[in-house]
Design a protein around this ligand. Structure first.
Ligand code: C5P
Length: 221
């Protein structure tokens, strides 16, 4: 049996990392963890509870009480499974504000590390290789051009019946990229030992095939 490793996959919004990583995890029989879900679910909770985002103290207090559990390969938040609401435009717009708060990041990073105590995880996010799992054996930075990513996201919105202009999707994504890249902690960076994969011209199948090759290459070297 091949020994298991941990794989960190970082990349900007709509780089296709979640879908591709989930398929890779299935193929190689690993746990797949999308950490964006933690930031999104907590943001949804703060919006519902009307917690002022500009008060790091109040947000942090709320996070201390917001239970995040990993049960049989899935998250439960305050005992409830994730709903589609976390992908709403309102949550998507607000999540980078919450994710930029250093205290919030500290708590969520620790929670991820407490779950990923063994090998055999594919963890997806922005700061996985740099902060959360710096010892991950395989680090991948999956990216695509802003143009390719905004077209992908636009098509997704249209398919879901969401009425939005392509230019608006581009502008929103640019803003989210900039917030994720420029915050004080856990910013989106390419670590020195990351394998960079640009999938601007690849569909999901090709992206998964490239990720699978990176995985097999790790063991053959
Ligand atoms: O990956 P996804 O688009 O679902 O992530 C939503 C947001 O959560 C990102 O824009 C980013 O602000 C934040 N995030 C983060 N660190 C992670 C995962 C997500 O800051 N590890």
């Amino acid at each position: 049996m091949i020994k298991k490793i941990n794989i960190a996959i970082d990349g900007p919004a709509a780089s296709g990392k979640s879908a591709a990583a989930a398929l890779l995890a299935k193929k190689v029989d690993y746990n797949y963890m999308d950490t964006g879900i933690m930031y999104r679910s907590f943001t949804e909770y703060c919006l519902k509870k009307q917690i002022p985002f500009d008060s790091e103290d109040l947000v942090t207090q709320a996070l201390e009480l917001f239970e995040m559990k990993w049960v049989n390969g899935h998250f439960l938040f305050n005992g409830q499974p994730v709903t589609d609401e976390i992908y709403s435009a309102n949550v998507t717009k607000n999540v980078p504000k919450i994710a930029a708060l250093p205290e919030v990041r500290k708590i969520i990073v620790k929670r991820i590390q407490d779950i990923v105590k063994t090998q055999g995880f594919i963890v997806v996010g922005r700061d996985i290789a740099s902060v959360v799992l710096p010892d991950a054996q395989l680090k991948i930075f999956l990216t695509s051009s802003l143009h390719a990513r905004s077209i992908r996201r636009y098509k997704q919105y249209i398919k879901e019946g969401i009425n939005i202009k392509q230019e608006q999707v581009y502008e929103d994504m640019l803003l989210r990229d900039n917030t994720d890249k420029n915050r004080s902690t856990g910013r989106l960076i390419i670590v020195e030992d990351a394998k960079v994969l640009d999938n601007s011209d690849y569909d999901l199948q090709v992206t998964v095939a490239k990720l699978t090759s990176l995985y097999h290459n790790y063991f053959s070297h």
